[in-house]
Write a new protein. Structure first.
Length: 322
Protein backbone atom coordinates (compact mmCIF):
# COMPACT_ATOMS: atom_id res chain seq x y z
CA UNK A 1 0.00 0.00 0.00
CA UNK A 2 1.29 3.45 -0.90
CA UNK A 3 2.75 5.10 2.21
CA UNK A 4 0.72 8.29 2.07
CA UNK A 5 -2.59 6.42 1.80
CA UNK A 6 -1.57 4.03 4.55
CA UNK A 7 -0.69 6.92 6.84
CA UNK A 8 -3.94 8.76 6.06
CA UNK A 9 -5.93 5.68 7.06
CA UNK A 10 -3.99 5.38 10.30
CA UNK A 11 -4.50 9.07 11.08
CA UNK A 12 -8.23 8.65 10.41
CA UNK A 13 -8.40 5.73 12.84
CA UNK A 14 -6.06 7.37 15.35
CA UNK A 15 -5.31 4.13 17.14
CA UNK A 16 -4.04 0.58 16.79
CA UNK A 17 -4.41 -2.65 18.71
CA UNK A 18 -1.00 -3.84 19.87
CA UNK A 19 -0.38 -7.59 20.09
CA UNK A 20 2.56 -9.95 19.97
CA UNK A 21 5.77 -9.69 21.96
CA UNK A 22 6.13 -7.24 24.90
CA UNK A 23 6.73 -3.73 23.59
CA UNK A 24 6.93 -1.47 26.64
CA UNK A 25 10.14 0.22 25.46
CA UNK A 26 8.32 1.44 22.35
CA UNK A 27 5.33 2.99 24.16
CA UNK A 28 5.32 6.66 25.11
CA UNK A 29 2.85 8.81 27.06
CA UNK A 30 1.75 12.40 26.40
CA UNK A 31 1.43 15.03 29.14
CA UNK A 32 0.17 17.81 26.86
CA UNK A 33 -2.39 18.28 24.12
CA UNK A 34 -5.43 16.16 23.30
CA UNK A 35 -3.66 12.82 23.90
CA UNK A 36 -2.64 13.68 27.45
CA UNK A 37 -3.79 11.00 29.87
CA UNK A 38 -4.24 8.31 27.19
CA UNK A 39 -2.98 4.70 27.63
CA UNK A 40 0.02 5.50 25.49
CA UNK A 41 1.08 5.62 21.88
CA UNK A 42 3.67 4.14 19.55
CA UNK A 43 5.50 5.02 16.36
CA UNK A 44 5.29 2.65 13.38
CA UNK A 45 7.96 3.31 10.77
CA UNK A 46 8.82 2.19 7.27
CA UNK A 47 12.22 3.46 6.21
CA UNK A 48 12.45 7.15 7.09
CA UNK A 49 8.67 7.62 7.31
CA UNK A 50 6.70 7.27 10.50
CA UNK A 51 3.22 7.55 11.97
CA UNK A 52 2.11 7.82 15.57
CA UNK A 53 -0.99 6.03 16.83
CA UNK A 54 -2.63 5.70 20.23
CA UNK A 55 -2.96 2.21 21.68
CA UNK A 56 -6.55 0.99 21.95
CA UNK A 57 -7.61 -2.63 22.38
CA UNK A 58 -10.81 -1.85 20.46
CA UNK A 59 -9.06 -0.53 17.34
CA UNK A 60 -9.81 -2.32 14.05
CA UNK A 61 -6.15 -1.90 13.03
CA UNK A 62 -3.61 -4.28 14.53
CA UNK A 63 0.14 -4.07 15.00
CA UNK A 64 1.83 -7.36 15.78
CA UNK A 65 5.19 -6.92 17.49
CA UNK A 66 7.45 -9.77 16.40
CA UNK A 67 10.24 -8.77 18.79
CA UNK A 68 13.19 -6.42 18.67
CA UNK A 69 11.02 -3.68 17.22
CA UNK A 70 10.12 -5.64 14.08
CA UNK A 71 6.38 -5.40 13.51
CA UNK A 72 3.56 -6.10 11.06
CA UNK A 73 0.65 -3.74 10.53
CA UNK A 74 -2.66 -5.41 9.64
CA UNK A 75 -5.05 -2.97 7.96
CA UNK A 76 -7.97 -3.66 5.66
CA UNK A 77 -6.85 -7.24 5.17
CA UNK A 78 -3.34 -6.20 4.14
CA UNK A 79 -0.14 -6.93 6.05
CA UNK A 80 2.57 -4.26 5.96
CA UNK A 81 5.98 -4.91 7.50
CA UNK A 82 7.82 -2.19 9.38
CA UNK A 83 9.23 -1.50 12.79
CA UNK A 84 8.33 0.10 16.09
CA UNK A 85 10.49 3.14 16.66
CA UNK A 86 11.42 3.97 20.26
CA UNK A 87 10.74 7.51 21.43
CA UNK A 88 13.58 9.26 23.24
CA UNK A 89 11.25 11.68 25.05
CA UNK A 90 7.77 11.80 23.47
CA UNK A 91 9.02 11.20 19.92
CA UNK A 92 11.99 9.61 18.12
CA UNK A 93 15.36 11.43 18.06
CA UNK A 94 14.02 14.35 20.11
CA UNK A 95 13.78 15.34 23.75
CA UNK A 96 10.30 16.84 23.37
CA UNK A 97 9.40 18.04 26.85
CA UNK A 98 6.29 19.64 28.33
CA UNK A 99 7.40 22.09 31.01
CA UNK A 100 4.03 22.67 32.71
CA UNK A 101 1.49 19.90 32.40
CA UNK A 102 -1.36 22.09 33.60
CA UNK A 103 -3.14 24.99 31.93
CA UNK A 104 -5.36 27.86 33.04
CA UNK A 105 -6.99 28.02 29.61
CA UNK A 106 -9.75 25.69 28.45
CA UNK A 107 -9.34 25.08 24.74
CA UNK A 108 -12.26 22.87 23.81
CA UNK A 109 -10.19 20.21 22.02
CA UNK A 110 -7.67 19.76 24.85
CA UNK A 111 -7.84 17.43 27.85
CA UNK A 112 -5.02 19.04 29.84
CA UNK A 113 -7.16 21.43 31.98
CA UNK A 114 -8.96 18.41 33.44
CA UNK A 115 -5.76 16.60 34.39
CA UNK A 116 -3.68 16.98 37.58
CA UNK A 117 -0.61 18.19 35.72
CA UNK A 118 2.46 19.63 37.38
CA UNK A 119 5.43 21.77 36.42
CA UNK A 120 8.83 20.15 36.00
CA UNK A 121 11.76 21.78 37.74
CA UNK A 122 14.63 23.17 35.70
CA UNK A 123 17.02 20.58 37.14
CA UNK A 124 14.54 17.81 36.34
CA UNK A 125 14.36 18.90 32.70
CA UNK A 126 18.15 19.09 32.41
CA UNK A 127 18.38 15.57 33.87
CA UNK A 128 15.75 14.31 31.41
CA UNK A 129 17.72 15.61 28.45
CA UNK A 130 20.99 14.27 29.85
CA UNK A 131 19.39 10.86 30.22
CA UNK A 132 18.64 10.60 26.49
CA UNK A 133 21.54 12.67 25.12
CA UNK A 134 22.91 9.69 23.20
CA UNK A 135 19.55 9.17 21.42
CA UNK A 136 18.56 12.67 20.36
CA UNK A 137 19.50 15.21 17.72
CA UNK A 138 17.42 18.13 19.03
CA UNK A 139 15.47 19.47 21.99
CA UNK A 140 11.86 20.65 21.71
CA UNK A 141 10.08 22.53 24.48
CA UNK A 142 6.37 23.15 24.92
CA UNK A 143 4.24 24.08 27.90
CA UNK A 144 0.81 24.71 29.28
CA UNK A 145 0.19 27.89 31.25
CA UNK A 146 0.39 27.20 34.97
CA UNK A 147 -0.46 30.64 36.38
CA UNK A 148 -0.10 33.34 33.71
CA UNK A 149 1.27 33.61 30.19
CA UNK A 150 3.98 36.06 31.30
CA UNK A 151 5.10 33.90 34.22
CA UNK A 152 5.15 30.79 32.04
CA UNK A 153 7.35 32.45 29.46
CA UNK A 154 9.79 33.62 32.14
CA UNK A 155 10.03 30.08 33.50
CA UNK A 156 10.58 28.60 30.03
CA UNK A 157 13.37 31.13 29.43
CA UNK A 158 15.09 29.83 32.57
CA UNK A 159 14.74 26.30 31.22
CA UNK A 160 16.24 27.29 27.88
CA UNK A 161 19.20 28.97 29.56
CA UNK A 162 19.89 25.77 31.46
CA UNK A 163 19.70 23.69 28.26
CA UNK A 164 22.19 25.75 26.25
CA UNK A 165 25.24 23.70 27.35
CA UNK A 166 23.87 20.69 25.41
CA UNK A 167 24.64 22.63 22.19
CA UNK A 168 21.69 21.10 20.35
CA UNK A 169 19.10 22.88 18.16
CA UNK A 170 16.12 23.86 20.29
CA UNK A 171 12.56 24.42 19.12
CA UNK A 172 9.98 26.14 21.34
CA UNK A 173 6.18 26.20 21.24
CA UNK A 174 4.54 28.28 23.97
CA UNK A 175 1.71 30.79 24.08
CA UNK A 176 3.32 34.15 23.18
CA UNK A 177 3.09 37.66 24.58
CA UNK A 178 4.58 40.78 22.96
CA UNK A 179 8.34 40.33 22.72
CA UNK A 180 8.32 36.53 23.10
CA UNK A 181 9.97 35.86 19.70
CA UNK A 182 12.81 38.30 20.40
CA UNK A 183 13.50 36.82 23.82
CA UNK A 184 13.56 33.28 22.43
CA UNK A 185 15.81 34.35 19.56
CA UNK A 186 18.24 36.02 21.98
CA UNK A 187 18.68 32.66 23.73
CA UNK A 188 19.67 30.94 20.49
CA UNK A 189 16.41 29.06 19.84
CA UNK A 190 16.46 27.57 16.32
CA UNK A 191 12.74 27.35 15.52
CA UNK A 192 9.43 28.43 17.05
CA UNK A 193 5.81 27.31 16.76
CA UNK A 194 2.98 29.59 17.79
CA UNK A 195 -0.35 27.93 17.19
CA UNK A 196 -3.23 29.64 15.41
CA UNK A 197 -5.12 26.35 15.93
CA UNK A 198 -8.35 27.18 14.03
CA UNK A 199 -8.96 28.12 10.40
CA UNK A 200 -11.03 31.24 11.14
CA UNK A 201 -11.19 33.91 13.86
CA UNK A 202 -14.73 32.84 14.73
CA UNK A 203 -13.70 29.23 15.28
CA UNK A 204 -10.66 30.34 17.26
CA UNK A 205 -12.77 32.42 19.65
CA UNK A 206 -15.12 29.47 20.15
CA UNK A 207 -12.42 26.84 20.58
CA UNK A 208 -9.82 28.89 22.50
CA UNK A 209 -11.72 31.26 24.84
CA UNK A 210 -9.46 33.81 26.47
CA UNK A 211 -6.67 33.55 23.89
CA UNK A 212 -5.83 36.21 21.30
CA UNK A 213 -5.99 35.47 17.57
CA UNK A 214 -4.23 38.73 16.73
CA UNK A 215 -1.62 38.13 19.41
CA UNK A 216 -0.61 34.84 17.82
CA UNK A 217 -0.47 36.41 14.36
CA UNK A 218 1.73 39.22 15.69
CA UNK A 219 4.11 36.68 17.21
CA UNK A 220 4.26 34.75 13.94
CA UNK A 221 5.04 37.86 11.87
CA UNK A 222 7.70 38.97 14.34
CA UNK A 223 9.23 35.48 14.36
CA UNK A 224 9.73 35.26 10.60
CA UNK A 225 11.80 38.44 10.72
CA UNK A 226 14.02 36.91 13.41
CA UNK A 227 14.21 33.18 12.64
CA UNK A 228 13.66 33.31 8.89
CA UNK A 229 11.11 31.92 6.46
CA UNK A 230 10.53 28.22 7.01
CA UNK A 231 11.77 28.25 10.61
CA UNK A 232 8.41 29.34 12.04
CA UNK A 233 5.45 26.97 12.37
CA UNK A 234 1.82 27.08 13.45
CA UNK A 235 -0.56 24.23 14.23
CA UNK A 236 -3.87 24.39 12.38
CA UNK A 237 -6.39 21.73 13.40
CA UNK A 238 -8.50 20.02 10.76
CA UNK A 239 -11.86 18.88 12.10
CA UNK A 240 -13.12 21.78 14.22
CA UNK A 241 -16.00 22.52 11.83
CA UNK A 242 -14.15 24.45 9.15
CA UNK A 243 -14.42 23.92 5.39
CA UNK A 244 -11.59 22.81 3.12
CA UNK A 245 -11.69 26.27 1.56
CA UNK A 246 -11.17 27.91 4.96
CA UNK A 247 -8.20 25.64 5.67
CA UNK A 248 -6.75 26.44 2.26
CA UNK A 249 -7.05 30.14 3.03
CA UNK A 250 -5.33 29.93 6.42
CA UNK A 251 -2.50 27.81 5.00
CA UNK A 252 -2.05 30.42 2.26
CA UNK A 253 -2.16 33.30 4.74
CA UNK A 254 0.53 31.65 6.87
CA UNK A 255 2.71 30.74 3.89
CA UNK A 256 2.48 34.29 2.55
CA UNK A 257 4.35 35.58 5.59
CA UNK A 258 6.82 32.65 5.63
CA UNK A 259 5.13 30.41 8.21
CA UNK A 260 4.66 26.66 7.64
CA UNK A 261 1.29 25.35 8.77
CA UNK A 262 1.34 22.08 10.67
CA UNK A 263 -1.98 20.60 9.58
CA UNK A 264 -3.08 18.54 12.57
CA UNK A 265 -6.02 16.10 12.37
CA UNK A 266 -8.38 16.58 15.30
CA UNK A 267 -7.91 14.15 18.15
CA UNK A 268 -11.36 14.03 19.78
CA UNK A 269 -10.78 15.08 23.39
CA UNK A 270 -11.92 17.58 25.98
CA UNK A 271 -15.38 18.91 25.17
CA UNK A 272 -14.94 17.67 21.57
CA UNK A 273 -14.59 14.04 22.64
CA UNK A 274 -17.75 13.15 20.70
CA UNK A 275 -16.39 14.52 17.39
CA UNK A 276 -15.03 12.35 14.60
CA UNK A 277 -11.50 12.44 13.30
CA UNK A 278 -11.10 13.73 9.73
CA UNK A 279 -11.49 11.02 7.09
CA UNK A 280 -8.52 9.65 5.17
CA UNK A 281 -10.00 11.05 1.96
CA UNK A 282 -10.17 14.54 3.46
CA UNK A 283 -6.63 14.32 4.83
CA UNK A 284 -5.32 13.31 1.41
CA UNK A 285 -7.23 16.13 -0.24
CA UNK A 286 -5.86 18.66 2.24
CA UNK A 287 -2.35 17.25 1.82
CA UNK A 288 -2.42 18.09 -1.88
CA UNK A 289 -3.61 21.64 -1.11
CA UNK A 290 -0.95 22.02 1.58
CA UNK A 291 1.80 20.70 -0.69
CA UNK A 292 0.83 23.03 -3.54
CA UNK A 293 0.78 26.12 -1.33
CA UNK A 294 4.10 25.37 0.37
CA UNK A 295 5.81 24.62 -2.93
CA UNK A 296 4.50 27.87 -4.35
CA UNK A 297 5.84 29.80 -1.39
CA UNK A 298 9.23 28.09 -1.41
CA UNK A 299 8.66 26.55 2.03
CA UNK A 300 9.92 23.04 2.77
CA UNK A 301 8.99 21.17 5.98
CA UNK A 302 11.67 18.68 4.97
CA UNK A 303 14.19 21.19 6.34
CA UNK A 304 12.58 21.23 9.79
CA UNK A 305 15.00 20.61 12.64
CA UNK A 306 12.68 20.34 15.63
CA UNK A 307 9.16 19.77 16.92
CA UNK A 308 6.24 18.39 14.92
CA UNK A 309 7.39 19.05 11.36
CA UNK A 310 10.63 17.15 12.08
CA UNK A 311 8.85 14.25 13.80
CA UNK A 312 5.92 13.90 11.32
CA UNK A 313 4.20 11.24 13.44
CA UNK A 314 0.84 12.98 13.86
CA UNK A 315 0.39 14.68 10.48
CA UNK A 316 0.77 14.28 6.75
CA UNK A 317 3.80 16.48 6.06
CA UNK A 318 4.66 17.71 2.55
CA UNK A 319 8.34 17.20 1.81
CA UNK A 320 8.59 14.29 4.22
CA UNK A 321 5.66 11.98 3.52
CA UNK A 322 5.69 12.17 -0.27
Amino acid sequence: MEWIRLKARLLEAGSVRLTGEPASRYISHSTAGPSAGSPGSLFFSIGSRRVRADIDDASPIEIIHRGGGEADLIIGGERVSGRLEPAALHCPRQAYITVSGACIFHCRYCSVPGLPGRRKTVDEIVDMVAGVADRIDVISITSGVATSVEEEEAYVLDVLEALRPFSLPIGVSIYPVPGTPARLHALGVAEVKFNIEAATPALFSTMCPGLSWEGVWEALRDSVALFGRGRVYSNVIAGLGETDEELEQIIEDLARIGVIAVLRPLTPAGSLADRSRPSADRLLRLYKIHERILNGAGLDPGRALTMCAACTGCDLVPGRDA
